[in-house]
Design a binder for this molecule. Structure first.
Ligand code: NAD
Length: 471
């Protein structure tokens, strides 16, 4: 049992003797750690520390910032296998994937800012004016459980690189890697108060963070419901905010596409992290005359994904992260059957041999109606909806026919045709014929999927205010 009865405030560990929150292992349901259910006072202390540290850190040199990021990068690399195993246990992602993604991405993103920062123009000339990019102030970072360290790094690294100070409220469901991060930063040259971390529930410490007048920006990743609360709270005080929220992304397979490759690519993407991925391609749009063949191919791809212990090297599909999440996904599978979709494979029963932990069968529904609830609402589990369409215009209409706009995919034998359709999708990113994920490209959503962008220079600019000096 990992008893983490402390918060990281003003450059030191502050012990906590109050209520604790249990952290469960996804594959067994066992309690593996306990973290503080901190109170508003602890959060206020952290904000005070960040506020006090701001003036000095906002004037820090490029060399100081680069040195800290280098030290952080080295620490993330050194503790990579511990990070991968911790997230695999908390979230359920198979270790074979958790190693490059849950542990590899945080190090890669930190490195990307190390490369980008020296060339970033913090000042530029416009006519007789010098335009300056100044850090926004104290930033509150609030993060979810599905990529728990990656989502934290995407906020705190560019924020610190911009000269901001931060207070992190990590997910209470998968919090342990935030402690590893605080330990790493504690061993760097980062001045006290620049990074603070307070654990607890959203309704208490999260609420204090988003409403505190000394917090000038909130950077949030999580559900659309919480994002909405944050936007309202920020409006009252004219705080800046960046929101990365849910999705219901469409994979549009055009008639001329290599159907087998497109279906395989879509299924693999949809089932990544057991569907607990905001960008998951959960709606597969196929030409009506290829619907049955596409469903057969999807069922065959899913059959290879036997659920198992995420810590075993051979496991391809792990459990969900919590009992609550598992129950929510099972309810959606039952709803799909009630709504009249065709159950191609999977279903609401627990997978064989998985009586402990939070496992759900990978499920494919065929003949899904575009306006049905399973095609409109984010399920956040291993559930794929196959939707037939009659022509390109209808495919685009269906793809754009949800409140979300995070990601998408287009598949065609003709790259130019695929790119033309990609340009019609109202989403923040589109994967064309299986293009690779690029950590230097902007990431974020249209509509209810988000406001603002992360990664690369776009992620850095979120944390900067613009000032012009007329000379
Ligand atoms: P959630 O909104 O319940 O929680 C996210 C964070 O917000 C947690 O730290 C939580 O404690 C905090 N929170 C909850 N209520 C709060 C309140 N009233 N005030 C302040 N903070 C509060 O989301 P979740 O269930 O942890 O995460 C899953 C969601 O995240 C999914 O909808 C998914 O699509 C989304 N997500 C989006 C992205 C993206 O980049 N677009 C990435 C990953 C996950």
């Amino acid at each position: 049992m990992n008893e983490l009865n402390r918060n990281y405030i003003n450059g030191q560990w502050v012990s906590w003797a109050g209520d604790m929150i249990d952290v469960h292992e996804a594959g067994t349901g066992d309690v593996i750690a306990r973290v503080p259910a901190s109170g508003r006072e602890e959060m206020e202390q952290a904000i005070e520390a960040a506020d006090a540290a701001f003036e000095s850190w906002s004037e820090s040199t490029l060399e100081q910032r680069l040195k800290v990021l280098e030290q952080l990068h080295a620490g993330l690399k050194e503790r990579g296998s511990e990070i991968a195993e911790t997230v695999s246990r908390e979230v359920g992602m198979p270790i074979k994937l958790a190693t490059p993604i849950q542990a590899g991405m945080p190090a890669a993103v930190t490195k990307s800012y190390l490369k980008l920062l020296p060339d970033f123009p913090f000042t530029e000339q416009s006519g007789n004016s010098e335009v300056q990019y100044a850090p926004v102030g104290v930033v509150g970072c609030i993060t979810p459980w599905n990529y728990p360290l990656h989502q934290v790094i995407l906020k705190i690294v560019p924020a610190i690189a911009a000269g901001c100070t931060v207070v992190l409220k990590p997910s209470e469901i998968a919090p342990q890697t935030a402690f590893i991060l605080a330990e790493i930063l504690d061993g760097t040259d980062l001045p006290k108060g620049v990074f603070n971390m307070v654990c607890g529930y959203g309704q208490t410490v999260g609420d204090t963070l988003i409403k505190h007048p000394d917090v000038r920006m909130v950077s949030f990743t999580g559900s659309t419901r919480t994002g909405n609360l944050i936007a309202h709270a920020a409006a009252d005080d004219f705080k800046r905010f960046a929101l990365e929220m849910g999705g219901k992304s469409a994979s549009v397979i055009l008639p001329d596409a290599d159907l087998a490759a497109a279906v395989k690519g879509t299924v693999n993407n949809c089932l990544l992290n057991s569907g607990q991925t905001c960008t998951a391609l959960t709606r597969m749009l196929v030409p009506a005359d290829k619907h049955d063949e596409a469903c057969e191919l999807a069922a065959a791809a899913v059959a290879k994904m036997t659920p198992g212990n995420p810590l075993e090297e051979t496991t391809r599909l792990g459990p969900l992260s919590s009992a609550q999440q598992r129950d929510k996904v099972i309810d959606y599978i039952k709803l799909g059957i009630e709504e009249g979709a065709t159950l191609i494979t999977g279903g609401p029963e627990a997978p064989e041999g998985c009586d402990k932990g939070y496992f759900v069968k990978a499920t494919v529904f065929g003949n899904v109606k575009p306006d049905s609830r399973i095609a409109q609402e984010e399920i956040f589990g291993p559930v794929l909806c196959v939707i037939p369409y009659n022509d390109e215009a209808e495919a685009v209409k269906i793809a754009n026919g949800t409140q979300y706009g995070l990601s998408g995919a287009v598949w065609s034998a003709d790259d130019a045709r695929a790119k033309k359709i990609a340009g019609k999708l109202r989403t923040g990113q589109v994967f064309v014929n299986g293009g690779a994920f690029n950590p230097m490209a902007p990431f974020g959503g249209f509509g209810h999927s988000g406001i603002g962008r992360e990664f690369g220079k776009w992620g850095l600019e979120e944390f900067l205010e613009v000032r012009s000096l007329q000379l």
